[in-house]
Design a binder for this molecule. Structure first.
Ligand SMILES: CC/C=C\C/C=C\C/C=C\C/C=C\C/C=C\C/C=C\CCC(=O)O
Ligand SMILES: N[C@@H](Cc1ccccc1)C(=O)O
Ligand SMILES: [Zn+2]
Ligand SMILES: [Zn+2]
Length: 522
């Protein structure tokens, strides 16, 4: 056969291949289009069918509003910093305890509320309902905050709670004192108005969440287990109302965390012989370790977008996008890998695409003329729902691929189980209803929490763990988390109090509306 021209037979085959390819594409396109316009994933419960248990109005006087804000500011001004698993600001934690008792007198004196101090600085409140047959629920928040340094560029000192343009600035304003104070203020206001819950509930306030919760949350759970408590659901911090944060989405989205990423902290170290820097070996411990770290950064963990609950997020939000995005998001089966490629370009959206790899500490060297014998680095990974801790460790070994680099797992856990979010899911639907009653313009969807929370210690008490507070996030706000200029608007803080106030009352329904097939009393 000569090279000049294709044989007629080959041409025929080629034509058939091209034609059938086009046909397959057309069919795929048609299926995708039909799916786009038939998919009704966001159908919610009809709000009108709910038993109305929120009888007490959340309205308060101007004077009470001022008192409420003053309480919140005081909470921000106490630097309850967790520095490490062994280093806390104990003076501040003690102050905080005194603040709570002083500003929430009804909570701490009510005959309906039992108060236990756990591990010296954490709190467990048990609120007794009138109907012992209803399974109790639990609200969580944490008292501690991460350190903050004014020199990093804060517009107001991080523990000042200074008010600028309607915002309160300070460490803890969105992580997580808005919920600590919001929950207790809501209960305080309810008790003041004579509220008696039908369904019992618990409030758990940990003091060491930012350093794992091994003292607070772990011991609160141990105490509840000792009492034989099982919970209908748990609501902790995590996701938020995203407003203008998701590109192309029409209107704000309230993402309720139904799971959270797993975690691994890995120590890499290299040991070589020390010696005089005038006779260096060709590779130093620093060089070997730096190369290993670079290999980890250059070879990110696999793209898994669409293989975890983030898929549901977009399927729930799809109808709120314009075309062509609506088409793409309704057809994740076809487009998830394309979406993963787009989302991985920004750090905040990349977090939803894969297990992330962050090199957070690197230490080596003691003197300019000594060959360093030791180099060590810490890598902090957040594990995508479709992967396990073990799989991630295996991949780290493959990527480092150097026996001279010692790899040690310092701590970690698998991604958390996925909580239910269907129409029969009591906790999810209560949270959703409470959000929609307050913010009808919001679309509610399940989401994945990319940080870790105290709620992960609660898996033996319930399989329904949700991570959400109605904190409003606008573009750029995600950098305020553990960053500079953490802040919340005064209006938003007031909304958070109302959210818990209404949520507590909404939980008093015996069961979800019957038309949705949930006949059982929960
Ligand atoms: C699927 C959504 C697509 C795009 C979203 C883009 C950006 C997300 C922005 C904000 C996410 C919300 C919260 C901040 C992240 C982590 C906080 C979670 C737990 C906190 C635990 C802690 O440190 O105490
Ligand atoms: N909640 C913090 C601290 C933490 C890290 C890892 C595990 C547990 C807690 C975070 O997600 O960053
Ligand atoms: Zn937090
Ligand atoms: Zn935090």
């Amino acid at each position: 056969m000569t090279g000049n021209g294709t044989k007629p037979g080959t041409l025929k085959v080629l034509k058939v291949v091209v034609l059938s390819l086009a046909l397959v594409l057309l069919i795929l396109f048609l299926i995708a289009t039909v799916r786009t316009f038939t998919l009704e994933v966001n159908a919610g419960l009809q709000l009108a069918q709910w038993e109305r248990t929120s009888k007490i109005s959340p309205d308060i006087s101007q004077q009470q509003r001022e008192k409420q804000l003053a309480n919140f500011k005081e909470a921000i001004q106490i630097p309850t910093v967790s520095f490490s698993e062994t280093e806390f600001n104990l003076t501040a934690l003690h102050e905080f305890d005194k603040l709570l008792r002083r500003v929430f007198p009804n909570v701490f004196s009510s005959g309906l509320v039992k108060h236990d101090v756990i591990a010296n600085y954490s709190h467990l409140l048990s609120v007794r309902g009138t109907d012992p047959l209803l399974v109790p629920y639990m609200l969580l928040a944490h008292i501690d905050v991460v350190p903050a340094n004014e020199q990093d560029g804060w517009e107001a000192p991080p523990f000042s709670a200074k008010e600028i343009d309607g915002f309160i600035y300070g460490r803890g304003t969105i992580d997580d004192k808005q919920s600590v104070m919001g929950i207790l203020q809501a209960l305080e206001n309810l008790l003041e108005k004579g509220y008696k819950p039908r369904r019992s509930f618990y409030i758990g306030l940990g003091h060491d969440e930012e350093v794992n919760g091994f003292n607070g949350a772990v011991n609160i759970v141990a105490e509840l287990k000792r009492q034989g408590v099982q919970l209908e659901f748990v609501l902790d911090e995590g996701l938020a109302v995203l407003d203008g944060v998701i590109n192309g989405l029409d209107g704000p989205a309230a993402l309720i965390g139904i799971s959270e990423k797993g975690h691994a902290t890995v120590k890499l170290s290299v040991t070589t012989k020390p010696g005089h820097s005038s006779m260096p070996p060709s590779e130093s411990s620093i060089g070997i370790l730096a190369a290993a770290v670079k290999r980890l950064e250059e070879n990110p963990m696999p793209r898994l977008f669409g293989e975890g609950p983030e898929r549901s997020t977009f399927e729930h939000l799809a109808h709120k996008f314009g075309l062509p995005l609506r088409f793409i998001m309704s057809n994740m089966w076809l487009f998830s890998s394309l979406m993963g490629r787009v989302m991985e370009r920004r750090p905040d959206t990349n977090a939803f695409v894969r297990t992330t790899t962050a090199v957070t500490m690197f230490h080596s060297g003691v003197k300019i003329n000594i060959i360093p014998s030791q180099a060590e680095a810490y890598v902090n990974l957040r594990i995508h729902s479709a992967q396990t801790l073990q799989e991630v460790l295996d991949l780290i070994h493959l990527k480092v691929a150097d026996d001279r680099v010692k790899i040690e797992l310092k701590g970690g856990f698998d991604p958390l189980p996925i909580s239910s979010y269907d129409e029969k899911s009591f906790g999810f639907q209560i949270i959703k209803k409470t959000v929609l009653d307050m913010f009808p313009q919001v679309t509610v969807a399940p989401g994945i929490c990319i940080g870790n929370t105290d709620s992960r210690h609660y898996t033996e008490l319930t399989s329904n763990i949700y991570r959400f507070a109605p904190t409003w996030f606008k573009p750029g706000d995600s950098q305020r988390f553990h960053g500079v200029n953490e802040r919340i608007s005064i209006k938003n803080y007031e909304e958070i109090v109302v959210f818990y106030f209404q949520l507590i009352q909404n939980c008093d329904i015996k069961s979800l509306p019957l038309s949705h097939g949930s006949e059982h009393e929960l």
